[in-house]
Design a binder for this molecule. Sequence first.
Ligand SMILES: Cc1cc2nc3c(=O)[nH]c(=O)nc-3n(C[C@H](O)[C@H](O)[C@H](O)COP(=O)(O)OP(=O)(O)OC[C@H]3O[C@@H](n4cnc5c(N)ncnc54)[C@H](O)[C@@H]3O)c2cc1C
Length: 298
Amino acid sequence: MKQIAGLLAAEISGSVKCHEPLSRHTSFRIGGPADLYLQPRTTAELISALTLLREKGIPYFLLGSGTNILVADSGFRGAVIRLDGDFVQFAFEGTVATSGAAVPLARLAGDACDRNLTGLEFATGIPGSVGGALFMNAGAHGQATSDILLDAEILDNTLSLHTFKAEELQLSYRTSGIYPGAIVCFARFSLSPGKREDIERKRREFMDFRRSRQPRQPNAGSIFRNPPQDAAGRLIEAAGLKGHRSGGAKISEIHANFIVNCGNATAADVLSLIELAQETVHKKFGINLALEIKVLGD
Ligand SMILES: Cc1cc2nc3c(=O)[nH]c(=O)nc-3n(C[C@H](O)[C@H](O)[C@H](O)COP(=O)(O)OP(=O)(O)OC[C@H]3O[C@@H](n4cnc5c(N)ncnc54)[C@H](O)[C@@H]3O)c2cc1C
């Protein structure tokens, strides 16, 4: 791997590391090492790095802010790519925000507020990146990324960059038609002029709601997608699993659709709680809980 890291370092100006612990890069604070961890800073660097990885037959995975992901204790046998440089830049032109994929969505929401632009308030407190928000169609309080997305520049599996209109990306509840392997590089959002005090009031309300309803310990947001007409958290709570522990992981007492890391949780601890919740809810209510979080590694 050291040799490949050397070749990658010659292609990109951002950092290239071997055996990087992914627990440092996930909100769960869980995850073994990635063989390679690299941070391309431009689209050209990203393409060069991907070309090299493909030539060498090394699998890769695009990590956003790592806030909706569980990484295996054994880590990932391949390269984890985290965008940097051009991808953490954003700009506003009138009511349109153009953002790199690695910009924190909540940062964009804060800047939109400073410019008296409304539309991104729902993202206040969502800890993911713009790219992750598109891939997952992140949302809250009845609104989602799809409501304001104009278009996105995406690197496809042939390593060419294409602009896709929002409607072409098939964004729906916590999912999108962006196929695994495609990489969101930039996105444009359409906002509207608003009143500063209204925007700020909404942001405060949304933050207060989060503080009172979500746990503080490290977590990865909602573990399961809500089944139609119901809520995964309600079902897990009704199944009597709130507060249930496995090793260092616990089903949150504050919100049963969150699993928290109490300090020394492993991915195996979290997976055993996931299985327990799925089996118990299925037995009691006949409902299959589908994962919202992504699992990386074996
Ligand atoms: C405390 C907390 C609260 C949360 N609240 C909410 C909420 O209210 N609403 C909500 O929807 N989510 C919520 N989440 C979950 C999470 O923040 C969102 O799903 C977010 O969109 C994930 O973005 P990310 O950058 O962290 O993606 P990651 O977790 O890094 O990755 C998730 C998936 O997106 C893919 N991806 C990331 N970036 C790109 C890219 N540039 N191109 C292609 N694919 C990419 C990854 O490959 C992976 O498959 C919460 C999480 C936490 C920890």
